[in-house]
Design a protein around this ligand. Sequence first.
Ligand SMILES: [Zn+2]
Ligand SMILES: [Zn+2]
Length: 159
Amino acid sequence: MSTPPSPERKLAPGKEFEGSYLHAVIARKSNSCYKYDENVTKLTCGQGGSRAILGHFVCKTCNPSHTWHSGRICTELFLASNDRYRAILHAQQCRRCATYVEPKVDKENYGRKVVSTLDLWTGRRERLESTWDFKKTDPHDHVRCHGCQIGVCNRRSEG
Ligand SMILES: [Zn+2]
Ligand SMILES: [Zn+2]
């Protein structure tokens, strides 16, 4: 077995998660027009940005486990040539024990927002008035969001 070339951006273990496992959702929503490519980075992508996705977190370090919901799971999106894209999901820290917890995104919401963003970037659709469902959730906890900690979380979309 040969080692694949390491991507330019190494994900921070336990804090950043490759979105490849959610590709089936994107494939279904987009009639398979986008391909997942783990080697796309901020440097090699044509377009990039972050989106806020609905979902929840379960901290199993806490006993009993601690669950919280978020309307703003920071998800970075990169689009490269030939409809290749990559998504990186960011952890949030448990406010009880400070452990970084992997996000569990709402697949419907993830699929809709990611495909809608890729469609916009590739010119498959026009920019619409806000198509996002604007769910009022607790204020975003910037201190505990890994995306905010490294400065990639989208602060414009929701206040
Ligand atoms: Zn915890
Ligand atoms: Zn954030």
